[in-house]
Design a protein around this ligand. Structure first.
Ligand SMILES: C[S@@+](CC[C@H](N)C(=O)[O-])C[C@H]1O[C@@H](n2cnc3c(N)ncnc32)[C@H](O)[C@@H]1O
Length: 219
């Protein structure tokens, strides 16, 4: 399991996330993700406290929400206890341990920009989604913001102690273009989605479909 820099933030995470991304963007991303997930069984990677899990759960039959942080998992279980179709488990997004092709959809919100190896996470998403199933990915980004707004975003991060607590080597901005390349390289088709613009930050947003027939793998 990766070192848990998110667990210490758990009591203030929702307020911190809304402050950093902007409440308007949180709402817009939540609606976009909920509107893009397929019905059926959806796996969410890096669910945190479950901010986006609620909307996903309204749109599909069953959600398995995974996070590597024990405290985040405990908090998400409390927050989502009223939703009978949600299960929360501790697991690493690089290697979930789930069977190949078992999910109708796989979601990751604000995960790829904080993991050192986003390609590996997207490959794991590709492995666990069924042929013809979908992945939905959103990541807050400063790409496309004016220089003044980028500086403001950096200042918003460093002026609060939480900003330092979330710092970990290997974090990077995931723009819409980067996200499109990541899903193409992992073998997804029918890539659709547009950046969602907010008042404080923007978010890259994508829905992509796994090929209907699994690629033939040499024995
Ligand atoms: C920025 S938070 C995003 C949480 C939630 N998706 C949201 O947007 O509010 C990143 C989350 O990813 C989790 N995380 C980090 N590395 C992970 C990994 N390798 N596998 C699973 N979860 C991971 C952290 O514990 C944290 O809860």
């Amino acid at each position: 399991m990766p070192k848990d820099v998110w667990g210490p933030l758990v009591d203030h995470y929702d307020e911190w996330h809304s402050y950093m991304a902007g409440a308007d963007l949180v709402g817009a991303v939540s609606r976009a993700v909920a509107g893009a997930v397929p019905r059926g069984y959806v796996v969410e990677l890096g669910c945190g406290t479950g901010i986006y899990t609620r909307g996903i759960a309204r749109s599909c039959d069953r959600v398995l929400a995974l996070d590597a942080s024990g405290p985040m998992v405990e908090q998400a279980r409390v927050e989502l206890a009223h939703l009978a179709n949600v299960e929360v488990r501790e697991a690493d997004a690089y290697a979930t341990g789930l069977p190949d092709g078992e999910a109708d959809g796989v979601v990751a919100v604000n995960l790829l920009h904080i993991v050192p190896d986003p390609e590996l996470v997207v490959r794991e998403m590709r492995r666990i989604v069924r042929p013809g199933g979908s992945v939905v990915i959103a990541d807050a980004t400063v790409t496309g913001l004016s220089a003044a707004r980028v500086l403001e975003s950096v200042w918003r991060t460093v002026r609060r102690p939480e900003g330092f607590k979330t710092y970990r080597r290997g974090q990077h901005d995931i723009s819409q273009t980067t996200l499109e390349s990541l899903v193409h390289e992992a073998g997804f088709e029918s890539v659709a989605g547009d950046e969602i613009d907010g008042k404080v930050m923007n978010s890259a947003f994508i829905r992509a479909t796994a090929p209907a027939v699994s690629p033939i793998v040499d024995a």
